[in-house]
Design a protein. Structure first.
Length: 131
């Protein structure tokens, strides 16, 4: 009870600082979302993974396929070990899809992910030849 009372007292004494912190966190989240959206747009237009100093794109992939076709493929190619008792081992099938042996019925979808350096100031300094 004493700890809870102390926490409430602290929050009341420092409510302006706490509110400023919450506003700053909200602004950071807003700017982060804007950087990510603009970076994805820039990548989609240029395919350049180095968007700007401190911001880059990593491209993962997802595999879209008809589960029935995949299971039929797996049963026909049992030596690949893609079947667990009467079902498709999706993890193994996705690994196969990532290889040179991807079945023709599988569509690959790129999934770009924005990576932002923790310290953009240093990244911009490096990018401008200042650091």
């Amino acid at each position: 009870v004493a700890v809870e009372a102390a926490m409430v007292d602290f929050a009341n004494q420092h409510k302006d600082i706490i509110e400023a912190e919450n506003q700053a966190k909200a602004k950071v989240a807003e700017l982060d979302a804007a950087i990510r959206a603009q970076s994805i747009m820039a990548y989609s237009l240029s395919k350049d993974k180095a968007v700007c100093p401190g911001v880059s794109i990593a491209v993962g992939h997802s595999y879209n396929y008809d589960p029935v076709a995949a299971f039929t493929f797996a049963k026909a190619n049992e030596a690949l070990g893609l079947v667990v008792p009467e079902s498709l081992d999706a993890k193994k099938f996705d690994k196969l899809c990532a290889s040179d042996f991807r079945p023709d019925f599988v569509e690959v979808e790129d999934k770009p992910v924005v990576k932002i350096d923790k310290d953009l100031g240093k990244a911009f300094a490096r990018g401008n030849g200042d650091g």
